[in-house]
Design a protein around this ligand. Sequence first.
Ligand code: NAP
Ligand code: ZN
Length: 352
Amino acid sequence: MPQAKAYAANSQTSPLAPTSIPRRDPTERDVEIQILFCGICHSDLHAVRNEWSEFTPTVYPIVPGHEIVGRVTNVGSNVTKFKAGDLVGVGCMVAADLTCNECREDYEQFCPNRILTYNSPDEHLGGVTYGGYSEYVVVDEHFVLRIPSNLDLAGTAPLLCAGITTYSPLRHWGVTKGKKVGIVGLGGLGHMGVKLAHAMGAHVAVFSTSPEKKEDALRLGADEAIMSRNTEEMEKHAGTFDFILDTVSAQHDINSYLALLARDGNLTLVGAPPEPLGVAAFSLIGGRHSLSGSAIGGIRQTQEMLDFCGEHNLTADVEVIPIQKINEAYERLAKSDVKYRFSIEMASLEAD
Ligand code: NAP
Ligand code: ZN
């Protein structure tokens, strides 16, 4: 069985460390990809530390990573969309049944049989799937995306999760010019939400708990930055937002954001704190507000997002690190100290 160098955690308290993992030989539908960059998503941290044990328990060892950009090295005989040498991306999913209603409507993320890039049953090799903190990956061509040629690759990797996870609800809730949009949390997802909502023409406000991020918020495209711990500053915006996207990874009070929605305004959660969030009925009743969630996006929409980013020359603001700095990066991510996404340069694996 072919082996790939990778970084894995062996338990919820172990650091990530070098290892090797099996990868399948490409089937006729598969694309083999040498990984150039992989972003670090807060979901990787939740999973490594088994913080979502109630919903999706982690199987160890875990190799995280679902913001993958790389170069095609080999393709199966029936692959039509890609050839060796192409620059491609892989996001959070690597398989689905492609026959159910969800798949037929381009919502593979909601397919009951979808397989995530890591910590999902591996139908080819047994065990679980292993993600992008690795040398190479083998993926069904349906789940491989084309990368616009003008984009910086390190900054493109995070588009495969942070980009689509924010693009999809912004589109679904009709964000355009003339809408007032709030983005809660200026992290990996949040900073992409700001860039995308700005590019869609909306008036964008960032809600942050970090005063030192205020200037960056404006530079990234926000029209205003609101310090969410300042009640007076928050109350000035009561009843004015058409749409609020909440990207916060930990427990927080969503009622203070629901109060800022205009009539029929919506707050969508993409952040996935492990603990339940308390919602006061009166936060929704008053202005016929709605609260909803959103998960990544389908493959067709992920390609649409990448093409949109190509047209607008949009990528994530990244700190590029070698894989040997991964545990330090996790400590900083846990403290909201990232500007604004870590992107691992995977060639650094050779040093181990
Ligand atoms: P991140 O880079 O760590 O950003 C999260 C931001 O939330 C932080 O930068 C911080 O922003 C704010 N924050 C953190 N702790 C907080 C607290 N206790 N109270 C208030 N604000 C806090 O994380 P990310 O990679 O963007 O991911 C964010 C969340 O989305 C994670 O839970 C992740 O698992 C989830 N996620 C969901 C999907 C999906 O499909 N729905 C996809 C990817 C990720 P400020 O410093 O500005 O306050
Ligand atoms: Zn992610």
